[in-house]
Design a protein around this ligand. Structure first.
Ligand code: OGA
Ligand code: MN
Length: 281
């Protein structure tokens, strides 16, 4: 079967069919996948069965893998590049990070070089009365930029925000050492996608704690207004998971959040990889 790219019809997202990610991919197939990834911001493959090393191999085609604060706590045994995202506990101990990313965010925006993208491989998905739960929502920060009034575009042009690792409430307590290792950084509020050249809003609540050149009150109001604008329904694709899905998002083009509408005994288990990125411009 040859490769097919099927857009979701939302401002982001496309399904890729006709690819088996457990096999090495030829350069042409990979180029089609990467083009779709750049264009649609979120791509997914259904009905995959991949071992940790196969996920690592596929992820590494997009750039060097990153090991982050999650992998230090919850990686797959023998595979430090894969983080377990799960609500499951074994012998009273969580096997992975739970309640990760409940509020809108872009992964690791508080670092100097936020990751290009993130990949989740769905192994177990909670289902209640036949309905899958634990969806993930994606908002197009590119469509959100395009929809801004001209005067507001001018106001935020070339401005930078402060991103603070300690600003967001996380799924687990941070150590003082982790906070010390992640001092606040500055990034442009309007990013230019390094591959497509599209402009994307890069603002979110909690992580963004101020805007250069604005008084704190004015900055707080603008951050909230832009953050709310990005996640308007018109900008959103909501992914309903099936076991066997491999999905990846672009951390410049989209923001995302996990819908926390399930709990044990309903289990959710994902394997997550992260691909290295560049300084936002
Ligand atoms: C993440 C994340 C969302 C989800 O892994 O970065 O935000 O639905 N996950 O698990
Ligand atoms: Mn996330």
């Amino acid at each position: 079967m040859s490769i097919q790219v099927i857009p979701t019809g939302a401002p982001v997202g496309a399904e890729i069919r006709g690819v088996d990610l457990s096999q090495p991919l030829g350069d042409n197939v990979f180029a089609t996948i990467e083009r779709a990834y750049d264009e649609y911001g979120v791509i997914f493959f259904r009905d995959q069965a991949i071992a940790p090393q196969q996920q690592v191999a596929f992820t590494s085609r997009f750039g060097a893998l990153e090991v982050n604060i999650f992998s230090e706590r919850w990686s797959v045994a023998g595979c430090p590049e894969i983080v377990v995202v799960s609500n499951i506990s074994e012998d009273g101990k969580p096997i992975g990070v739970k309640r990760a990313g409940e509020n809108w965010h872009s992964d690791m925006c508080y670092t100097a070089r936020p990751p290009r993208g993130t990949m989740l491989y769905a192994i177990e998905i909670p289902v209640l009365h036949g309905m899958p739960l634990g969806d993930t929502e994606f908002a197009s920060a590119a469509a959100a930029y395009d929809a801004l009034p001209e005067a507001l575009r001018k106001k935020i042009e070339r401005r930078k925000a402060t991103f603070d690792f300690a600003g967001r409430k996380r799924a687990f307590p941070l150590t003082p050492e982790e906070i010390g290792r992640n001092p606040p950084v500055q990034h442009p509020i309007v990013r230019t996608h390094p591959r497509t050249g599209r402009k994307c809003l890069y603002v979110m609540r909690d992580d963004c704690t101020g805007i250069e050149g604005l008084e704190q009150d004015e900055a707080d109001i603008l951050i909230a207004a832009l953050a709310d604008h990005i996640v308007k329904p018109a900008h959103i694709y909501r992914h309903q998971w099936r076991p066997g899905d491999v999905l990846m998002w672009d951390n410049c083009t989209v923001q995302h959040r996990a819908i926390q509408d399930y709990d044990l005994p309903l289990r959710r288990l994902m394997h997550r990889t992260t691909m290295g990125g560049a300084v936002p411009v």
